[in-house]
Design a protein around this ligand. Structure first.
Ligand SMILES: [Zn+2]
Length: 350
């Protein structure tokens, strides 16, 4: 995010606060639980301008300030409590929960100590194959490749389309990251895999994980177990992180059922909640999640786009790095809805 965009967002948030919109929004929408989603929290190991390339990892000071604000304004509860509220229709005001998607190592090393110190419960949704293979997510590999490769240009081809990405400076590299991620997301699985191979071949060798900045490293199984033992609830973020709305019925079942089975076997305790990668759901997803044994499922969609009582399509709001604090407050109170914004969370990769 550029300094100009940041200033504009901060200005917009300040105007909304001056108009009292957060207060009005809380009066109007506070009956619906607020579920917040983070991805990573970094300890300063990422450069100050990293939000230019990705908004997934929030700085630890920013994270602590946001949690302290949430704790002052909401009763922070575990997801089991959110589930009961939705199922039983016992609506009550000012309830919130904190979740994490994907399973970065920094959830243990940076985020968990802050949550513990503040006494806040949280749920971490883990992608099984990312931990198994100890390999960064594809969207992180795209970002890291284009951001750090010594190559000055990359040529990629898929489905007859060919494109050259110039990597001259931070601005062109950041533009390339966004364009390449969008292209990758639009490709069917087989073409996407070949496309990524081309990119990796031009940028990185086998030591990719070792050269991977610490913020992007996935958790290991002993680390996931430790978090679970210490009270961080672990949920499933599927086996391989697909768009569930784009996979066939058999794969949908497998992603939900096997990921739960693996996590339960690894952790020795029930795994009852799932978050859908990219918030991707269709009409089949809630039933498939229920049949796989989950008690609730989480999207990154906002609640006014779905049935708010549906425990298998629980809405969440994503928090991205580089967001001015005023905008965080506006988003959490759901004041963006009052002005017709915020229909889908701003963070694109989840
Ligand atoms: Zn995800």
């Amino acid at each position: 995010m550029s300094a100009w965009q940041n200033a504009r967002l901060a200005g917009g948030a300040a105007v909304m606060r001056a108009m009292g919109l957060p207060r009005i929004a809380r009066r109007r929408y506070d009956w619906y639980p607020l579920v917040v989603t983070y991805h990573g929290v970094h300890d300063g190991s990422l450069a100050d301008d990293h939000a230019r390339f990705s908004t997934k990892h929030v700085g630890v000071d920013e994270f602590r300030r946001q949690l302290e604000w949430l704790r002052r304004h909401y009763e922070i509860v575990p997801l089991s409590e959110i589930e009961s509220i939705l199922r039983e229709g016992r609506w009550r005001r000012g309830v919130a929960a904190i979740t994490f998607d994907d399973g970065y190592e920094n959830n243990l090393t940076v985020a968990w100590p802050v949550l513990k110190a503040l006494g806040l419960p949280a749920t971490l949704f883990v992608t099984v194959e990312v931990v198994d293979r100890r390999r960064p997510y594809d969207h992180d590999r795209i970002e890291l490749s284009l951001r750090y490769a010594s190559a000055r240009r990359i040529d990629l081809e898929a489905g007859g389309a060919r494109r050259t990405f110039e990597l001259c400076d931070d601005a062109t590299r950041a533009a390339a990251v966004y364009a390449a991620k969008a292209w990758y997301a639009s490709l069917p699985a087989d073409k996407a895999a070949r496309w990524l191979d081309q990119l990796m071949a031009q940028c990185w060798q086998d030591d990719f994980v070792d050269r991977c900045p610490v913020a992007y490293r996935p958790l290991t199984w002993p680390q996931v177990r430790r978090l679970s033992d210490e009270g961080f609830e672990i949920g499933s973020h599927t086996l391989s992180h697909p768009h569930l709305a784009r996979v066939d019925d058999a794969r949908l079942r497998r992603e939900l059922t096997e990921s739960r089975a693996v996590l339960e076997a690894k952790l020795g305790r029930p795994v009852l909640r799932v978050s859908y990668p990219y918030g991707s759901v269709d009409a089949r997803t809630p039933r498939a999640a229920a049949e796989a044994g989950y008690a609730s499922g989480y999207t990154t969609r906002t609640w006014w786009t779905t049935d708010p009582r549906d425990a298998y399509r629980v809405a969440r709001i994503s928090v991205g790095a580089g967001q001015p604090f005023g905008l965080f407050v506006v988003a959490m109170t759901r004041a963006l809805q009052l002005v017709g914004l915020g229909g889908r969370s701003a963070s694109s990769s989840s």
